[in-house]
Design a binder for this molecule. Sequence first.
Ligand SMILES: [Zn+2]
Length: 203
Amino acid sequence: MIDLWNKLPLNPTKKFKTRRLFQLEYIIVHAISAENWTPQKLNALCTGVDATPDDFTDDLKDMRNEPTCSYHDYIRADGTLYHIVDYHIRTWHVGNWNTKCIGVALEYKPKLNKGPSEAMMATLKNYLAMACLYLSIDPRKIRGHRELEGTGWYLRKGKKVLRKTCPGMKIDLSLLRDDVMGMIEGIEEITSKDSIKPFLRFT
Ligand SMILES: [Zn+2]
């Protein structure tokens, strides 16, 4: 992965919180709902540093004013993987779940008939397998944002109501977990040549 930790600006007006490895439990997959966005631009939307609302598309003009980028890792449409925020930092992406979660975001705008690119999914699976191995996370604890109670869905009169479709309904999250589990069991099939240094900094 391309390591951008300490290379992108943080929000000087907000303090981030840190955490220890043993507190980590889940990896959450998101979509950024935008296309052709560099990690610099995503970081600017989340932190508000060096940016104005006009720098973004109409439906994403609400800058987040968060301490850091919302996501630890970012996968672009061509499959390039960027590490934006180190894992000991608690980022803001899933409300009450933040302390125990890593966030990874896909560069695409989900639609009913449109899922992420094949290159993105291939990188995502390799990334998830490596993250599970290096950070000792159970692959059954990979989640899509929409699967989290509270931030993704809630109960109303005993029925589940979806608040989010993130990371897009075309992503079959059960299948994703199965695929990653399969890769971990046959460890040699993990093909990524990406750097693992960011994982090692958190062990
Ligand atoms: Zn999300």
